[in-house]
Design a protein around this ligand. Structure first.
Ligand SMILES: [Zn+2]
Length: 235
């Protein structure tokens, strides 16, 4: 993994500070001569901007906010094809929320150095909407490549733990994703293969995807009379 993939927005500021302090400590001279990865700094800056945008939308709308980002390595997050897939998935998720009767409002869509992000505010209570977001990540076709975060009306993030759920699983093995990221348990090749399989799965179900307001994986299995093992990706 690229090491910065799958850090929540919530951890951005903390990570940036930690990064800076570590560099200062290691260099012993204020960090002036230490080379800092420019790409990493751009990504961290983009995340900080996104965090600020979330806070300002919540403050303005006085509602809960859903933020959707891509949960794949940076190489794919900044890829045009993935951006298009992302927008289709977001559009579908939005339709699902409307279909289920939630009062939602599309707020913004940005494209930055950390990839795309979509912001949707909702009048639904934060914990209730978080449950629906988790369900979408796990059941919508391709939902596994989305990170759907929720912020409550006071600007506090609502995580899986707040609704009594365990941390999100890695999409390759059964471990919590954070463990695989921090211990770098999977090779870049292994991750790429899995991401490309997910992309294929989304594309091959594009038709169902466009016409169904709630394209659950089980529906597609039923309609297509099962898909081959090759296309099955552990959700
Ligand atoms: Zn894993």
């Amino acid at each position: 993994m690229d090491g910065i993939f799958q850090i929540n927005d919530n951890q951005v500021v903390e990570t940036a500070h930690h990064f800076f302090i570590t560099i200062c400590a290691v260099s012993g001279s204020g960090g002036m001569e230490v080379y800092m990865d420019k790409e990493l700094l751009k990504v961290l800056a983009a995340r900080e901007q996104r965090w600020e945008m979330r806070r300002s939308i919540v403050e303005k709308q006085q509602n809960c906010l859903i933020t959707i980002t891509l949960c794949v390595p940076l190489l794919y997050r900044t890829d045009e094809e993935f951006r298009i897939l992302f927008l289709k998935l977001c559009n579908n998720f939005y339709k699902t929320l409307v279909f289920k009767g939630h009062q939602v409002c599309f707020e913004n869509c940005i494209q930055g150095d950390d990839g795309p992000a979509v912001f949707i505010s909702t009048e639904t209570e934060a914990k209730e909407i978080k449950k629906i977001c988790v369900e979408a990540e796990e059941s919508i076709i391709g939902g596994r490549i989305l990170d759907i975060d929720v912020m409550d009306r006071d600007g506090s993030p609502v995580g899986r733990g707040d609704i009594g759920l365990p941390p999100r699983k890695c999409f390759i093995c059964e471990n919590p994703a954070a463990i695989c990221v921090s211990r770098r348990l999977h090779s870049a090749n292994e991750i790429s293969k899995c991401v490309m399989q997910l992309k294929k799965l989304i594309e091959s179900n594009n038709e169902q995807f466009n016409k169904s307001p709630l394209p659950l994986i089980k529906d597609v299995y039923e309609e297509k009379d099962g898909i081959s093992d090759d296309n099955q990706v552990k959700m």
